[in-house]
Design a binder for this molecule. Sequence first.
Ligand code: FEO
Length: 170
Amino acid sequence: MLSKTIQDALNEQVRIEAESSQVYLAMASWAEIQPGIDNITAFFYRHSDEERMHMLKLIHFINDRGGFAVIPELKQPSLTFPSIKHALQALLTHEIMVSESINNLVDIALTEKDYATHNFLQWYVAEQIEEEALARTINDKLELIGDDKGGLYLFDRDILSVSVVGSTVE
Ligand code: FEO
């Protein structure tokens, strides 16, 4: 059985994962109407789906342990971006925020002596290391390209292999 403290903290993470899915979905929709970045667009859509999966995993865990997963209200994310670089920087910043939130959850689980939840959260700890590393790699590559249009074309081709290799989501 989950304590109220743990249940509330997990439900807050449900909200954050749902919000992440929305944030990346908005990036995907914006990217889709920009010319020549089909794979970046696909990357955002896939990332949005992964976040929904992270949310569902939490929902099932809460409910399976005798709690009640609350489906949250979501605020509208940013809809447009000055450039693809801005969108990908925002993605990295967002992932860093998610990592902090997961670390905080781990802290709460330990304080509450809820070792089952602590064990469950290790998947998210590992996932965040992967996601942050992937976002950093992508941003580093974009930094190298600068404003070179030909570079962006190659980057779009490249992001496919980077994101497939970097993804641990099943
Ligand atoms: Fe589910 Fe990218 O954090």
